[in-house]
Design a binder for this molecule. Structure first.
Ligand SMILES: Nc1nc2c(c(=O)[nH]1)N[C@H]1C(S)=C(S)[C@@H](COP(=O)(O)OP(=O)(O)OC[C@H]3O[C@@H](n4cnc5c(=O)[nH]c(N)nc54)[C@H](O)[C@@H]3O)O[C@H]1N2
Ligand SMILES: Nc1nc2c(c(=O)[nH]1)N[C@H]1C(S)=C(S)[C@@H](COP(=O)(O)OP(=O)(O)OC[C@H]3O[C@@H](n4cnc5c(=O)[nH]c(N)nc54)[C@H](O)[C@@H]3O)O[C@H]1N2
Ligand code: SF4
Ligand SMILES: [Mo]
Length: 766
C-alpha cells in the first residue's frame, strides 16, 4: 500500500531510505541480498548484484524474508503454558519458570533424563552453532539429536571415514567441469545441499554452453533433469546397486586411474575385491538402469578429463545411505577426478574449518559408537543419536528415560518419520522448552517457548557453508533492523539456559558469562598466547568475537598482526556493501587437508566393506509394487514457511505425483483425492498424474500436515496438506549413520469418494 503511505506520511519527518546487504539465512545457497528499508519497514529485497559469491541471484524465499519478519504469528515474546494454555510472559518470568522446573528434574533423574534436539535453521545461525554445544555439554546427556540424522549423516560419515573430518566434503568444480553426474539431488529447486552453489541453473547452462554434459539419476524427471542432457530413472533405494556396479565395471574394464592423488590412497585392492560380485548384469534389475547404461556411465566418467559425481539426499535418506555416499566419492577417486580442477575439490574456508587447523595432512580421524541409544542400541555418530530414536527414548520407562526436552529450531513432529508417535510422546514429557519463532506442530507441546529474533535482526556469518562452497569467499552481514526491546540474541538465550543447567541460576549477566567462557576457551586453544588474543579482541563479544578469532587464526587470517594484509572481522565487515571478499576458485588440497590417522584417503574403511554384504543379501528381497519418495518445491522450505503469503500463494503444492500407468491400474483420477496407506497409517492427498514419475513410484513433498490442533499458523492451516512422515516408519534406518529412511517405502493407494474425505481423516491409523 505504498500510495497510502505516500499520501499520508510527512516525508520531512521520515528517516531517509537505507540500503543493507544481508546473506540470506534460509537455504544453503547463502545468497547475498540487497534490502531497502524505510521507517523500519522493509520496502524491497533483491539479489545483491555485487555479491562476490552469488552475483545477484535470489529465489522467492529470499523475498519472503519480509513476510517472515512481518508475520503476525511470529512470536515476539516468550510464551509459558499455564493450565494447558500459552500465555505471554516476560523474559524474566520465562527463565524463572525454567529455573524452577528443570534443575529438580535433573537432580532427581540424572543427566540422561534430559534431551536436546537441534534443527535445520541452526545450520544457518552462528549464534546457535557456536553456543548450542555449550548447552549440550552442560546438560551432559547422551541424548543429543539433530536434523542431521534425517538428512545428511551418511554423507558426513562417509566423508569423515575417507578424509578424516565430516565437513571435508568433495565438491564438484562446476565452473570447470565437462561432465557432471547428479544423483538423488534437485539443485535447481533446492539450490544445492552439502554443496553451496547459488544459481545452479546458470552454472549448469554455462557448462553446457562450453560443451559439457549434465546427467541426472532420479526416480522423478525433476526440474534439474529437465535441463539435463540425459536423465535415467532409478528405483528408490537402488543407488548402492548402481554405484557398486559402476565401480565394479571400472575395475573390470581396466579404467581406474587415480591421477594426482595416487600416492595418498589406501585400500584400492580391498575395494576391487569387495565390489566383485556387483556386476552390472546382477544389479540392473534392482536399480532399474540397464547394464549397458551402467557401463556407459562408468566409461564416460573415466574418459572425461574433467568430470564429477555429486549426490545428495536421495542417496542418503535410505537404508544404504552411507554405502552410497562412500561409493560416490569412490567413483571420483578411481577415475582420477578427486582433488583435480574440473573434478571434485575441497573448499578452504576462512574460518572454523577443522581441515585447516592443527597439523596439516594428518589427524585423529573419526570415531562412532562411543555410546549407544538406551532403547534401540543404535550407535552414536559424531555425538548424536538417530532422531528416529527420540520418541522411544521418551516413552520407554527405566533409568535414563527422557523426561525433559530442549528443542532448538526444529519442527520434528512434521519433519521426522512417524511424527504422530513423536507428538504423542512429547505430551508425556515432564518439561519441554523450545527456542523457536512459532507455536507450531512441535512447539505447541512445550511448556516454555523462547522466541528467536527475526532473521533481519541478527548478525550473520555462515560457519558451515563456506566449507561447502563452490568458490572460496568471506562474507558477513550486520543486522538490518534493530531488535525489539528486551529481545535477546539467540546465543544470549542459550548462555542463560546453560547457566541455569550449571546451577548458576537465571540471574547472572550474559556479558560476564560470555567473558568467562571466552577466557576459558581461549586458554585451551591458545595456551601462553591466550591473553594476547583476549587483548586483540577487546570490544567484541558473543559470536562476533569467536568469528574474529577464527578468521584471524584461519588460513587467510592476519595471525593477530603477524600478517597485516590478512583477514580480520573488521575487514570482512568493511566489505559488506561491496559484496564480500572473494578468495578464489577451489584449489587442490591433498594431502594437506587430510585428517585421517594414516594421512591417506581411506578408500576401504572396514565398517563400509563389511556393510556391503547387506545389499548383496538384499538382492533376494522382493520389490514392492508401489513406493513413496519426497519432493521439494521452490516456494517451500521444509515445514516452516507455509505461513508466509508470498510463498503460500499459487497452486497447491502438496500433491501426490503418480505415473499414468499406476493411475490407470489403481483407478486414480488427476485432481481427485486418494488415500495413501503404509504399514502405519494412511493420509489423504490430491493426485496429480504425471509421466515425470518412474512407474511404481509416487512423490509427495514433506513438511505438510498443518491441521494439528494447537499450532498457531493461521495461513498454513488454510491449506494444511498431507504429512508424508505420518506414513514413514521411524524404525527404518541406515545402521551405520543412524539416518532415517525417507523414501522407497512401500505404500498402497486407492481412490477416495466424497463421503470418505472428512478433514479429521488426514492421518488415519490403518
Ligand atoms: N519425509 C521427509 N522428511 C524430511 C525430509 C524429506 O525430504 N522427506 N527432509 C529432511 C531434512 S533434509 C531436514 S533438514 C529436516 C528438517 O527438520 P527440522 O529442522 O526439524 O524442520 P524444519 O521444518 O526445518 O523446522 C525448522 C524449525 O525452526 C524454526 N525456526 C525458523 N527460523 C528460526 C530461527 O531463526 N531460530 C529458531 N530458534 N527457530 C527457527 C521453525 O519455526 C521450525 O520450527 O526435515 C527432514 N524431514
Ligand atoms: N526450495 C527448497 N529448497 C530447499 C529445501 C526445501 O525444503 N525447499 N530444503 C533444504 C534442505 S534442508 C535440504 S537437505 C536440501 C536437499 O536438497 P536436495 O538433495 O537437492 O533434495 P531434493 O530436492 O529433495 O532432491 C532429492 C532428489 O532425490 C530423489 N530421490 C528420492 N529417492 C531417491 C533414491 O532412492 N535414489 C535417488 N537417486 N534419488 C532419489 C528425489 O526424487 C529428489 O529429486 O534442500 C534445501 N533446499
Ligand atoms: S536460494 Fe533463495 S532461500 Fe536460498 S539463500 Fe538464495 S535467496 Fe535465500
Ligand atoms: Mo536438510
Amino acid at each position: 500500500m505504498t500510495w497510502h503511505a505516500n499520501t499520508l506520511m510527512d516525508h520531512k519527518d521520515s528517516m531517509p531510505d537505507t540500503t543493507h546487504y544481508r546473506i540470506c539465512p534460509l537455504c544453503e545457497a547463502c545468497c547475498g541480498l540487497e534490502i531497502k528499508v524505510r521507517d523500519a519497514q522493509v520496502i524491497s529485497i533483491r539479489g545483491h548484484a555485487q555479491d562476490v559469491f552469488s552475483a545477484g541471484y535470489i529465489c522467492p524465499k529470499g523475498v519472503a524474508l519480509k513476510d517472515l519478519h512481518e508475520d503476525p504469528d511470529r512470536l515476539r515474546t516468550p510464551m509459558v503454558k499455564r493450565d494447558g494454555v500459552f500465555v505471554p510472559a516476560s523474559w524474566g518470568e520465562a527463565f524463572a519458570e525454567i529455573e524452577r522446573r528443570l534443575p529438580p528434574l535433573m537432580a532427581a533423574h540424572g543427566r540422561d533424563a534430559t534431551a536436546v534436539v537441534i534443527g535445520n535453521p541452526a545450520a544457518h545461525k552462528i549464534g546457535l552453532l557456536s553456543y548450542f554445544p555449550k548447552l549440550a555439554r552442560a546438560l551432559g546427556t547422551k541424548n543429543v539429536f539433530s536434523a542431521s540424522t534425517l538428512d545428511q549423516m551418511p554423507k558426513q560419515l562417509a566423508s569423515g571415514l575417507m578424509f578424516g573430518h565430516w565437513l571435508s566434503v568433495a565438491l564438484p568444480d562446476i565452473a570447470r567441469t565437462d561432465f557432471l553426474l547428479v544423483i538423488g539431488a534437485n539443485p535447481l529447486v533446492s539450490n544445492g545441499c552439502m554443496w553451496t552453489v547459488p544459481d545452479f541453473r546458470s552454472k549448469a547452462k554455462a557448462m553446457q554452453a562450453r560443451g559439457g554434459k549434465l546427467v541426472v539419476i532420479d526416480p522423478r524427471r525433476t526440474e534439474t533433469a529437465a535441463i539435463a542432457d540425459a536423465h535415467h530413472f532409478i528405483r528408490p533405494g537402488g543407488d548402492v546397486f548402481l554405484l557398486a556396479a559402476m565401480v565394479q565395471s571400472l575395475f573390470a574394464e581396466g579404467l581406474t586411474s587415480l591421477g594426482a592423488v595416487q600416492e595418498w590412497v589406501n585400500g584400492v585392492d580391498e575395494v576391487q575385491q569387495a565390489v566383485a560380485p556387483f556386476t552390472p548384469e546382477a544389479m540392473a534389475g534392482r536399480c532399474g538402469l540397464a547394464a549397458e547404461t551402467i557401463r556407459q556411465l562408468a566409461r564416460t566418467l573415466a574418459h572425461t578429463g574433467r568430470a564429477a559425481v555429486y549426490a545428495r539426499i536421495g542417496t542418503c535418506t535410505q537404508e544404504y545411505g552411507t554405502l552410497s555416499s562412500w561409493l560416490v566419492d569412490m567413483l571420483n577417486v578411481l577415475t582420477g577426478h578427486l582433488d583435480s580442477p574440473g573434478g571434485v575439490l575441497f573448499a578452504k574456508s576462512a574460518a572454523f574449518a577443522a581441515n585447516t587447523s592443527g597439523k596439516p595432512g594428518i589427524g585423529k580421524g573419526v570415531a562412532t559408537g562411543r555410546h549407544t541409544a538406551r532403547v534401540s542400541g543404535a550407535p552414536e555418530v559424531y555425538g548424536e543419536l538417530p532422531m528416529t530414536c527420540l520418541a522411544e527414548e521418551i516413552e520407554t520407562p527405566g533409568v535414563g528415560q527422557v523426561r525433559a526436552l530442549f528443542t532448538v529450531a526444529t519442527n520434528a513432529v512434521l519433519s521426522s518419520p512417524n511424527g504422530p508417535r513423536l507428538a504423542a510422546a512429547l505430551d508425556t514429557l515432564d518439561f519441554m522448552v523450545s527456542l523457536d519463532i512459532y507455536i507450531n506442530e512441535t512447539t505447541r507441546h512445550a511448556d516454555v517457548i523462547l522466541p528467536a529474533p527475526s532473521s533481519l535482526e541478527d548478525f550473520h556469518y555462515d560457519v558451515a557453508f563456506p566449507q561447502l562452497s563452490w568458490r572460496n569467499h568471506a562474507r558477513c552481514s550486520p543486522p538490518v533492523l534493530p531488535r525489539d526491546l528486551g529481545q535477546p540474541e539467540e546465543w544470549e538465550t542459550l548462555l542463560k539456559l546453560t547457566a541455569i543447567v550449571q546451577g548458576k541460576g537465571a540471574s547472572p549477566a550474559v556479558k560476564a558469562l560470555d567473558d568467562a567462557q571466552f577466557a576459558e576457551d581461549t586458554q585451551r586453544l591458545f595456551g601462553a598466547h591466550a591473553q594476547a588474543v583476549i587483548d586483540a579482541t577487546q570490544g567484541l563479544h558473543g559470536p562476533q568475537r569467536l568469528l574474529d578469532v577464527a578468521l584471524r587464526s584461519g588460513p587467510y587470517g592476519d595471525g593477530f598482526g603477524r600478517k597485516p594484509e590478512g583477514l580480520t572481522l573488521a575487514k570482512v565487515m568493511a566489505a559488506n556493501a561491496s559484496g564480500g571478499i572473494d578468495l578464489g576458485e577451489l584449489q587442490p588440497r591433498i594431502p594437506e587437508m587430510l585428517r585421517t590417522p594414516s594421512g591417506k584417503i581411506e578408500l576401504a574403511p572396514p565398517s563400509l566393506l563389511h556393510d556391503l554384504q547387506r545389499p548383496l543379501v538384499d538382492l533376494a528381497r522382493p520389490m514392492p509394487d508401489l513406493v513413496i519418495i519426497g519432493r521439494r518445491d521452490v516456494r517451500t522450505n521444509n515445514s516452516w514457511m507455509h505461513n508466509l503469503p508470498v510463498l503460500a500463494k499459487g497452486p497447491f503444492r502438496c500433491t501426490a505425483l503418480v505415473h499414468p500407468t499406476d493411475a490407470d491400474r489403481l483407478g486414480l483420477q488427476d485432481g481427485a483425492l486418494a488415500r495413501i496407506a503404509s504399514g502405519l497409517r494412511s493420509v489423504l492427498a490430491q493426485v496429480h498424474v504425471s509421466d515425470e514419475m518412474m512407474p511404481g513410484v509416487v512423490s509427495l513433498p514433506h513438511g505438510w500436515g498443518h491441521d494439528l490442533p494447537g499450532a498457531q499458523l493461521r495461513l498454513a492451516v488454510e491449506r494444511p496438506g498431507a504429512n508424508i512422515n505420518a506414513l514413514l516408519d521411524e524404525q527404518l534406518r541406515d545402521p551405520l549413520s543412524g539416518n532415517a529412511v525417507l523414501g522407497g517405502v512401500a505404500i498402497t493407494m486407492h481412490a477416495v469418494n466424497y463421503c470418505d474425505r472428512s478433514s479429521s481423516d488426514h492421518q488415519k491409523p490403518v
